[in-house]
Write a protein that binds this ligand. Structure first.
Ligand code: BV8
Length: 239
């Protein structure tokens, strides 16, 4: 099956790769919904929301600072690197990522970051202040904007809209692709989870790479069962 998919990749002019937390799992970054994905007794959907931040900004920051520390100590894995090589070697490759960890960028990719990037920090009151040099373990006062409001991570929380231009770019790319690789996502977070079905309805061939089945699995043209860090380099070698 990998050989057939590699043939589709060689024949494709426009390849779109959509990644989720599973691509970073082998870098030691916990996924959201996997067995190791939960943080303490909270669920991501309970912490990654404007309401949670309004109620308990210090707790939400504790979660993000814990994640930032974990990710800072992590390295991009063979899956990230294989995607970056594809982008560099092949024209017409577009990377869409739901991940906010920045590991695609550290591997040399230039992803459309659909849910933002937790290394970006901005004023929660949108006064325009952006801070990119927040320490890994900042003193409490560093989490405050000069305008007095809290700073917040530059990510899209549940209940917040994605940046319209970013979503349009991603939708246009997926609709115009010859081949869409959906890698390491549980395909349950909308509106991004709607992209593969939209692409398929436009005749785009869809391949899923995952260690498990997802709600998308029965709709795709090929499901490659296995880890992103092993399958992506194997495909990239054949393309
Ligand atoms: C919005 C940033 C509206 C924060 C995240 C229908 C339409 C529109 C919205 C909704 C809808 N239905 C429900 C909603 C609401 C909600 C939603 O989708 N909820 C879900 C839970 C049902 N959506 C929203 O709120 C979105 N906003 O719609 O706004 C609006 C419009 C106008 C005005 C106001 C409001 C915003 C969604 C974005 C939320 N932010 N992250 C942060 O990260 O801190 S989402 C979060 O989940 C991460 O970004 C993550 O990337 C994303 C998806 O998760 P996955 O990446 O798939 O990770 P997961 O752990 O789930 O799965 C990992 C997969 O990898 C598994 O399949 C596993 O098997 C696999 N795997 C593991 N290891 C490996 C592997 N695969 C390969 N190799 C391995 N080694």
């Amino acid at each position: 099956m990998n050989t057939e998919v590699a043939g589709w990749m060689r024949a494709a002019e426009r390849i779109v790769i959509l990644t989720g937390a599973g691509v970073s799992a082998e870098s030691g970054v916990p996924t959201f919904r996997g067995s190791s994905g939960l943080w303490r007794q909270f669920r991501a959907e309970d912490l990654a929301t404007p309401d949670a931040f309004a109620r308990q900004p210090a707790l939400v920051w504790e979660w993000y600072l814990w994640r930032r520390g974990l990710i800072a100590a992590a390295q991009p894995n063979a899956g990230h690197r294989a995607i970056a090589r594809l982008e560099q070697r092949r024209r017409g490759v577009t990377l869409l990522s739901q991940n906010v960890d920045g590991l695609h960028r550290r591997a040399g990719s230039d992803p459309i970051e659909l849910h933002g990037n937790l290394w970006h920090v901005r004023c929660a009151n949108a006064c325009g202040v952006r801070a990119h040099d927040l320490e890994l373990a900042p003193p409490r006062e560093q989490l405050r904007c000069a305008c007095g409001a809290w700073l917040r991570p530059g990510v899209v929380w549940f209940g917040e809209p994605l940046d319209p231009e970013t979503l349009d770019r991603a939708t246009d790319a997926a609709a115009a692709a010859d081949l869409l690789l959906v890698v390491g996502t549980s395909a349950v977070v909308y509106p991004v989870a709607a992209l593969p079905d939209m692409a398929r309805r436009r005749g785009v061939r869809v391949v899923e790479i995952n260690i498990d089945a997802t709600p998308l699995t029965r709709h795709v043209d090929a499901h490659l069962r296995g880890s992103a860090a092993s399958i992506l380099p194997e495909l990239e070698r054949q393309v």
